[in-house]
Design a protein around this ligand. Structure first.
Ligand code: DGI
Ligand code: FE
Ligand code: FE
Length: 191
């Protein structure tokens, strides 16, 4: 059920992403579609958000910063120190301006897919989870549990992902974006 728009964006992203990221992207798109089926969300909207969520991922770090400066996209100090975090903001911007996505819900899902945020929309949660559980993803702990939970209870699955992401960041002293912490503080009641 791929729309023409999805086909066109897929074709473009094939040149913009490396092979690994493209495969991941397709995995997120179809996993988001499956989650949308289960949780009664719009399938096409979920696929588009999944397809575009990492569209800025393969831009080199220095160019990410330059693009944010050029387009007046506000960067926090944490983002300046960890420029990979910017692929979410920059991806949302590119989705809107280059791929002409005018659906605010899709833009929000792209914007929030890395850190999450408190009280996310259903689509935000579907993309946040699809990103973590898509079939290609193999390295995370508790993947089987989180995959199953994503099809049962979105809030609980989001809480599990945030818990494990924070634990992973703490394990090697990765800098925690306050947004990641605030999001977890909201979702931990669902654990
Ligand atoms: O772009 P992907 O790799 O598909 O997935 P993503 O956008 O969810 O990024 C995942 C990485 O982001 C993962 O290694 C954990 C990291 N991350 C999430 N929140 C934070 C963070 N990294 C730092 N340094 N700080 C955060 O708050
Ligand atoms: Fe990402
Ligand atoms: Fe991703």
């Amino acid at each position: 059920m791929e729309s023409l728009l999805i086909q066109q964006i897929e074709k473009d992203l094939k040149h913009k992403l490396d092979a690994h990221r493209y495969t991941h992207t397709m995995g997120v798109m179809y996993t988001a579609a499956a989650l949308a089926m289960k949780h009664e969300a719009d399938i096409e909207q979920a696929m588009l958000a999944g397809l575009l969520h990492d569209c800025a991922k393969c831009i080199p770090a220095d160019k990410k910063i330059k693009l944010c400066e050029k387009y007046n996209i506000r960067m926090t100090d944490v983002e300046k120190r960890n420029p990979f975090l910017l692929h979410a903001k920059l991806g949302a911007f590119i989705a809107a301006k280059k791929y002409n996505i005018d659906d605010d819900e899709i833009i929000s899902a792209i914007l929030n897919h890395t850190t999450g945020k408190p009280d996310m929309s259903k689509l935000d949660k579907i993309i946040f989870l699809a990103d973590y559980i898509e079939p290609q993803r193999k390295k995370a702990n508790r993947l089987a549990l989180i995959r199953k939970t994503a099809f049962e209870n979105l809030d609980r699955a989001v809480a599990l992902v945030m818990h494990d992401t924070l634990q992973y960041l703490q394990s090697f002293g990765g800098e925690i974006d306050p947004v990641t912490q605030i999001a977890y503080d909201y979702y931990k009641k669902y654990l």
